[in-house]
Design a protein around this ligand. Structure first.
Ligand code: AMP
Length: 395
């Protein structure tokens, strides 16, 4: 069992918290603070309980080198602004100075450590490194869901040094939603799959062939399935190496009674960056020089009618090249349709970095039951895999 933050007596304790402050920066300013905001419930609760907090995170890919452009200092300033209180910052996560600052913290104070990935030992889950990190506190809380599918020093190695270890509110919320879906979803359960790459989602598809009642497939990956069904798809994206896997999935769905729904029509362009959309075309009559870049109106209607018949929806992957104005319509209309589901007592879970970006772009995050903060981690959890960072918290 993994203990929740609320299970600990935090009064007067030094609590080491692994947060995910991997925020986008521009000119040493935080461009989007959603990940810092997401950590506030854990931070505020621990402060209110009388703890002193040492926060640690990674940011970007500094490849084991101390590089000022990847400093967490701007994230610290953003946090100080949000909490309206000063926070201490150390330019190194394991130096003696940093450890001294942590040891000298008083209840209600916060100390943010510099980017963990300035040390290559972080990603190597190096035992000396995690032992040193562990000296910052006497209670360890992991609230960085986005990295929980990785075995790193700050989320796996460090945990074994603590008798008192558990998860923060952000991870707890993610697990609660995913767990319910995996164990006992309200049926019918429908999976919407999109995006470009099938191979990264194979495990997810396999899992949902056992669980889902219906699977809708859009986006770039739908063309490999259409081709596997014998359709010519013009110049659309087809992963020839995945054709037999796609055939396999189609057959399995048939034998298991899972309804697999593919697009009937698509909006096309000459290339991935063609800004003048053409069509709609039936999938069987896409001109050779064009590629399908969004689902068409007939498909949107068909998908909506399948969605209406479902009670739980999981969405992973955009249904078109949503980054371009001409090909965002399918994702936009489906997202807006799903925005009505929560009020109707249905559950909609959105997972994966790109899909979360779609929902964010259309300002619909609040309308979904749950938008997962972790791309890879949510994919693994939904695929039924165990997350190493959570296993290491087991008490
Ligand atoms: P993935 O990382 O596999 O989830 O793929 C996400 C990407 O798929 C996004 O950047 C979309 O632009 C892209 N995408 C969606 N639909 C299509 C399509 N029909 N053809 C090519 N790329 C697509």
């Amino acid at each position: 069992m993994v203990r929740s933050l609320k299970a600990f007596d935090l009064k007067g304790k030094h609590v080491l918290v692994r947060v995910d402050f991997n925020v986008p920066l521009k000119d040493e300013q935080v461009v989007d603070n959603f990940r810092i905001q997401a950590a506030l419930p854990t931070i505020n609760y621990a402060l209110d309980e009388g703890a002193a907090l040492v926060l640690m995170s990674h940011l970007g890919r500094p490849n084991g080198l101390s590089q000022p452009v990847f400093s967490l200092m701007p994230a610290g300033e953003e946090l100080a602004g949000l909490l309206e209180m000063p926070i201490k910052f150390s330019h190194d996560c394991i130096s003696s100075d940093a450890l001294d600052t942590s040891l000298g913290l008083k209840p209600g104070e916060i100390h943010l450590l510099e980017n963990l990935r300035f040390y290559k030992q972080e990603k190597q889950n190096d035992s000396q490194f995690s032992r040193r990190l562990a000296r910052h506190g006497s209670v360890y809380i992991n609230d960085a869901f986005g990295t929980s599918h990785r075995s790193h020093a700050s989320n796996v190695g460090v945990a074994e040094h603590f008798k008192h270890r558990g998860m923060g509110f952000l991870i707890e919320k993610e697990i609660k939603f995913m767990d319910k879906i995996m164990r006992k979803p309200s049926r019918p359960l429908l999976l919407i799959l999109g995006g470009a790459k099938i191979d990264s989602k194979l495990a997810l598809i396999e899992t949902f062939l056992e669980k889902a009642d219906t699977i809708l497939i859009g986006g770039g990956m739908s063309f490999t399935f259409l081709k596997a069904r014998g359709k010519e798809v013009g110049g659309s994206l087809v992963d020839e190496t995945m054709l037999s896997a796609a055939k396999n999935i189609i057959n399995k769905a048939r034998t298991k009674g899972v309804k697999l729904v593919l697009p009937d029509d698509v909006i096309c362009g000459q290339a991935l960056d063609d800004t003048s959309p053409k069509g709609p075309f039936k999938v069987s009559s896409i001109p050779g020089e064009l590629m399908g870049l969004d689902i068409g109106p007939g498909t949107i209607k068909k998908f909506m009618s399948e969605l209406n018949a479902s009670r739980t929806v999981i969405w992973n992957g955009p249904l078109g090249v949503f980054e371009l104005q001409g090909y965002h319509v399918g994702s936009f209309k489906i997202a807006n349709h799903l925005a009505e589901f929560k009020n109707a007592g249905k559950t909609v879970i959105v997972g994966g970095g790109d899909t979360a970006a779609v929902i964010n772009k259309f300002n619909l995050t609040e309308k979904m039951s749950h938008v997962s903060t972790g791309g890879g981690a949510s994919l693994e959890l939904l695929s039924g895999k165990r997350l190493p960072a959570l296993e290491s918290l087991e008490a």
